[in-house]
Design a protein. Structure first.
Lengths: 116, 831
């Protein structure tokens, strides 16, 4: 079993905090991943969450992202979820009807949008 | 004197004056009135007593002449008897003479009455009993002396008998200290025993307040030590004498209210030389000043010798018994230590032997591993800091340390556990008695020596065992090949007992892209040699296998290899090569148990072809043969070592039967865990021997069935299986994503909601695939809770409905979700 530590990494891209997620996100690890993200991005001006390396995303993962977006919106922090053109994460998020303005396909473009 | 009765019986040749006869008769005559007033007395009485006639007649009563005791007796016995029976015979009275002398007499009296029957006169004869009384008194004194001597003798006899029955020094001391009371009437007594090892007189029993009850150094100036040194009986019969010689004793005598003290050395004559050795001192005291007679002193001395001999005998007996007990203890300890191989178990065994038999607390510390090893028993432990310092000192020096008696941690000892000149650790202990003799020290050191060797052997065993285990694990842990065309499942279970590692192994590897090799083997022997040999053989098989060779040739080459690796001789090997393209299997068994094959829709069978002798066998058939056969898709093949079916309580034929039956029962079981389950049912969790299994399934499962625990962590494992299964059935990626998501959500629901209160619940998952669709059923036996306000749960169900084409929820028994997803190719081809 991979630990959530291997699945989350933090860095900066432009002005935004970049959170890269990888592997499978499900009921077993979503809460731990959520705690890690919250601990890192509380003071951020903008947040980019890169889901392109996520191979599976279930409703627990959706719940996590939904809560995160809600919190950041309340703080006036801009957020983008970067998903690939296809893949597991995009499929799940589209099925759950996430707002189009939240989803991005290209990381750099999303970063530029947030900076601008 | 008016009446005189003269009887004339015989006429004698001379005239005898009756008056003369009366006056000078050989006895005294008294005539008294009934009140005792003397009215007539003869000359004999007067001459005996020195009274004048005029002193008595009419002036004194008879009783006035008696001693005071006599007067009382006269009043209480003599007078009443006389008035009742008119006469009294042989009454002993002391008559007090005129000069105060006492005259022992015997008195007879007759009471005369008048015609009316009233008392008129008393006639009394008085016999001189001086001689007789003296004789009587002598007799009485002699009897008293004899009696007291007899009493002493009897007491002494009893003591001698008791001494003979007392086997130990302590018991002898008990007997001796009890003697002075009954034998001499002593008020109290104490006993000291000589301890030659420490030049000490040890107070054993008794607390004579005058003499004391504490240990006394032999060199002391105290009376007891003096007597022990000189070996002579000492009688101190007054405080004055005590003050003259032993001030200290005089003080305690005065304090205790004693006037006489006897100090008796308990002696033992050594050989014929006449030299006596003092084994102890018996002291006893008397409240009154007491002069001991010669005969008493003889008895006292005799007691001293008897006690000395008894002590000597008891000491020999004690020593012999202690030596014997210790020898037995050491032998038994060595034997018990050898019963177990493991280091910790031996350390544990050692402290459990030592406590409580030798010590009340014991701890073994071994310098093994980074943290060391500690086993202790009993308590309380001594001061931790002092102990740590001692342990460090003993570890550094290799010399034992014994705490000084009377000091802190008295009775404690720290002994080095050494083997082959190296200090392996320490044995620390505290014995019940703080006093330790040289024999005790020798015994403890002997114990530590033996324990050191036993523990060192266990340490070496442990080391070797660890190396062998590591080696074996590293060899068995290699990755099994993964390929959609087959599944390999293995299981290795070490023997339950603390046996050394065995030489069983399994291996599976790809010879070419399409050729899979399977090996299960067993090297003769156990331990590090077996593990090393197993490693060599495993490498040899991998190196010698080739696309062209085949099993028989491989075995022939292994035979040649054995000529150089003697330890591998007689190893058995089951070897199979499977061509994944054609499903043709070629196998050979070099002395190994036959593989078990289960093909779809038939009973399992043992593959008995391709058999030849173990590797390097000289007696067996060495021509290597192999057998070729085609496997049906879905076939399952099992290779195993003899530990799986050989049991002492079960014939091997029966073992084969049971294995085949259990294997058949598992025909439809999922591959993961199948080998572990099989080992579990055949030999249990604690097999008597190592067990090694390798199971191969050719082709993939038509139907995927899993049963998983109610643990979110399990969902990822299920997805992994499911993803592989979908891939091998050629299900397209989008459909596969959808099925994975739908299945995950359904299982998550079951775990999160159905089994919210039951962490041990099981979720059953079954999946089938057809050219048109994938169908999955997820069932739990938990409680159904309406989605209601639970938004998260609602989202899960919504997702399932979105990704699957057809969803049915059945809540009749737990919850069963049946989902179907049409394959994309199918929809494309249909449209």
């Amino acid at each position: 079993m991979t630990q959530s530590g291997d699945q989350v990494s933090f860095s900066k891209l432009g002005k935004a905090d970049l959170v890269r997620l990888a592997g499978e996100i499900d009921l077993a690890n979503a809460p731990a991943i959520g705690r890690q993200i919250v601990a890192h991005v509380t003071e951020a001006g903008a947040v980019l969450i890169d889901l392109t390396a996520v191979s599976f995303l279930d409703s627990a993962g959706v719940r996590l992202l939904d809560a995160l977006v809600g919190d950041l919106d309340d703080h006036g922090t801009a957020i983008r979820l970067v998903v690939g053109e296809g893949g597991a994460a995009r499929m799940t998020l589209q099925l759950c009807a996430f707002r189009d303005d939240l989803l991005a396909t290209d990381l750099q473009r999303a970063a530029d949008e947030l900076d601008g | 004197m008016s009446e005189r009765d003269v009887t004339q019986d015989l006429r004698i040749p001379w005239e005898e004056d009756p008056g003369e006869l009366y006056e000078h008769a050989p006895c005294g005559y008294l005539t008294t009135l009934p009140d005792g007033t003397i009215i007539k007395v003869n000359e004999t009485f007067l001459s005996w007593t020195g009274y004048r006639r005029s002193d008595l007649i009419g002036r004194r009563r008879f009783r006035d002449l008696l001693s005071s005791g006599g007067q009382i007796y006269h009043e209480t016995h003599y007078a009443p008897l006389l008035s009742m029976q008119d006469d009294v015979q042989e009454v002993a009275f002391d008559v007090v003479c005129a000069d105060g002398r006492r005259l022992p007499t015997l008195v007879n009296s007759i009471l005369g009455r008048d015609p009316a029957g009233l008392p008129r006169v008393i006639r009394t004869t008085v016999l001189n009993a001086t001689e007789r009384r003296g004789y009587e008194q002598e007799l009485l004194a002699a009897r008293r002396a004899a009696e007291s001597s007899e009493k002493r003798v009897r007491a002494l006899q009893q003591i001698v008998a008791d001494l003979a029955a007392a086997p130990t020094e302590a018991e002898v001391a008990e007997v001796v200290v009890r003697a002075p009371g009954p034998a001499f009437g002593a008020a109290s007594s104490s006993i000291w025993l000589a301890d030659p090892d420490r030049d000490l007189l040890v107070a054993v029993v008794g607390t004579d307040p005058a003499i004391g009850g504490d240990d006394i150094p032999r060199g002391s100036t105290r009376a007891v030590a003096e007597v022990a040194r000189r070996g002579d009986l000492q009688v101190i019969d007054s405080l004055v004498e005590a003050e003259a010689h032993f001030c200290e004793l005089a003080a305690t005598m005065r304090q205790a209210g004693r006037n006489t003290v006897v100090l008796l050395p308990l002696t033992m004559q050594v050989g014929d030389s006449g030299v006596t050795e003092v084994r102890g001192v018996l002291g006893f005291s008397f409240t009154d000043p007491r002069e001991l007679t010669d005969s008493e002193l003889r008895v006292v001395r005799l007691l001293g010798q008897q006690a000395g001999h008894a002590l000597d005998r008891a000491r020999l007996y004690d020593e012999a018994r202690r030596r014997e007990a210790r020898a037995t203890f050491l032998a038994e300890t060595t034997r018990q230590l050898e019963e177990t191989q493991r280091l910790m178990a031996r350390a544990r065994c050692l402290v459990d032997r030592v406590v409580p038999e030798v010590a009340e607390w014991a701890a073994v510390r071994l310098q093994v591993g980074p943290a060391g090893l500690l086993a202790d028993a009993g308590g309380p432990p001594p001061d931790a800091e002092r102990l740590a310092a001692q342990v460090a000192a003993v570890t550094a020096s290799g010399e034992p340390q014994f705490a000084a008696p009377g000091g802190p941690d008295a009775g404690c000892a720290v002994l080095p556990l050494t083997a082959r000149g190296r200090v392996l650790g320490t044995l620390a202990l505290r014995t019940q008695v703080a006093k330790r003799t040289p024999a005790d020290t020798v015994f403890l050191e002997d114990l530590a020596d033996r324990a050191g060797l036993a523990l060192e052997n266990a340490r070496l065993y442990e080391q070797e065992r660890a190396i062998a285990r590591t080696l074996q694990r590293s060899l068995l842990a290699g990755d099994m090949p993964t390929d959609p065309r087959f599944v390999v499942e293995t299981h290795y279970q070490a023997a339950a007992q603390d046996l050394e590692v065995g030489g069983d192994w399994f291996d599976a590897f790809m010879i070419t892209e399409d050729k899979l090799a399977l090996v299960v083997g067993d090297v003769v022997g156990r331990g590090i040699d077996a593990a090393t040999t197993m490693g060599q053989l495993r490498s040899a098989v991998r190196a010698l296998a080739s696309a062209e060779a085949g099993p028989a040739k491989l075995l022939t080459r292994l035979d040649r290899f054995i000529e150089r690796v003697e330890s591998a001789r007689m190893a058995t090997v089951g070897y199979a090569e499977i061509d994944l393209g054609t499903s043709v299997m070629t196998y050979a068994c070099a002395g190994h148990l036959p593989p078990l094959l289960h093909e779809p829709a038939t009973a399992p069978r043992y593959l008995l072809e391709g058999r030849s002798a173990p590797l390097g066998s000289r007696a067996g058939r060495r021509e290597r043969v192999e057998h070729r056969m085609r496997l049906l898709p879905g076939s399952r093949l099992l290779l195993y070592t003899d530990g799986l079916i050989e049991r002492r309580t079960r014939p091997i034929d029966r073992g084969f039967e049971v294995l085949a039956r259990e294997w058949a029962r598992r025909r439809d079981s999922p591959m993961p865990g199948i080998t572990a389950g099989l080992a579990d049912i055949l030999v249990g969790r604690e097999p008597p021997d190592d067990v090694c299994l390798l199971c191969l399934t050719l082709g993939t499962e038509e139907r995927l069935e899993r049963s998983i625990g109610a643990d979110p962590m399990q969902i990822a494992l299920l997805r992994k299986d499911l993803r592989g299964w979908l891939v091998t059935h050629g299900v397209d990626e989008e459909t596969a994503h959808a099925v994975l998501l739908g299945c995950s959500e359904a299982v998550a629901n079951a775990i999160e909601h159905g089994y919210r209160d039951d962490p041990f619940g099981q979720v059953e998952v079954a999946a089938t695939v057809s050219p048109e669709a994938v169908e999955i059923r997820v069932a739990d036996h938990g409680l159904w809770r309406p989605a209601g306000t639970d938004a998260a749960r609602g989202r899960g169900l919504q997702l399932i409905r979105q990704v699957m084409d057809h969803v049915v929820l059945d809540r009749s028994a737990g919850t069963t979700v049946t989902m179907r997803r049409t394959r994309r190719e199918a929809t494309v081809s249909e449209s």
